[in-house]
Design a protein around this ligand. Structure first.
Ligand SMILES: C[S@@+](CC[C@H](N)C(=O)[O-])C[C@H]1O[C@@H](n2cnc3c(N)ncnc32)[C@H](O)[C@@H]1O
Length: 203
């Protein structure tokens, strides 16, 4: 199973954004939509061995996290507007704030929402080996193997906060690089997926 966690530092945790102007009305949810496409969609199909967590920190008082499961999600299309519409429908659903530790609640086929930030995802990923995608990390090609229960953490256009980086490192996350050039999040995911595909081709 592959898992990607993408942290949107400004991404709004509500459906209150315009489909006609996603970048400037959603806190750059477009960056996360492109990351989602790169992680889950292949030509004429969906990776059914992949989970994506989109951490929406735009409202620090009420962060939320979306989990999209490639094995169960339906009608995912590669264009930004279509993916935005799907997530907008999921975000309309109000999770029960009375149960903030309730974890992920299913809201649509293959899509769940949790109240909380990355800690909500990490709680589910207990036991997974964390890889922190970082230009200055160890070369991903030098890794002899990926742990089967791997979870890859990436920042958005703003990167990851220093606090979150420290937190991940203290949890044993391994910094890995896909190369010497600073890339967009979606491109890093495509390269990580390619490395995994080369070692374990999609069935
Ligand atoms: C657009 S970059 C973030 C840029 C931001 N200004 C910064 O300095 O962190 C988005 C994310 O992609 C990942 N990333 C970018 N280039 C990378 C590389 N060469 N190797 C590994 N991860 C990379 C990191 O996780 C980063 O947070």
């Amino acid at each position: 199973m592959r898992r990607f966690i993408v942290v949107g530092q400004k991404a709004r945790a509500s459906a209150d954004f315009l489909l006609v102007d996603i970048p400037s009305t959603s806190g750059r949810l477009d960056v996360l939509l492109h990351a989602l496409r790169a992680a889950l969609l292949i030509s004429h199909g969906v990776r059914n061995d992949t989970l994506v967590y989109l951490v929406l920190l735009g409202d620090p008082n009420r962060p939320r996290t979306l989990r999209i499961d490639g094995s169960a999600a339906r009608y995912l299309r590669p264009d930004e507007r279509s993916l935005a519409t799907t997530l907008k429908k999921a975000l309309v659903t109000q999770t029960t704030t009375a149960h903030e530790d309730a974890g992920f609640q299913p809201v649509r086929a293959g899509i769940s929402v949790a109240d909380g930030g990355i800690e909500t995802a990490l709680a589910e990923l207990h036991g997974c080996v964390l890889y922190l995608l970082d230009q200055a990390g160890s070369d991903i090609r030098a890794l002899e193997r990926f742990e089967p229960d791997a979870a890859f953490v990436l920042g958005d256009h703003l990167g990851l906060s220093a606090g979150l980086r420290d937190e991940l490192l203290s949890r044993g996350a391994l910094p890995v690089s896909v190369g010497p050039t600073p890339l967009h999040t979606q491109d890093v995911i495509a390269l990580v997926s390619n490395e995994l595909d080369r070692r374990q081709p999609v069935g």
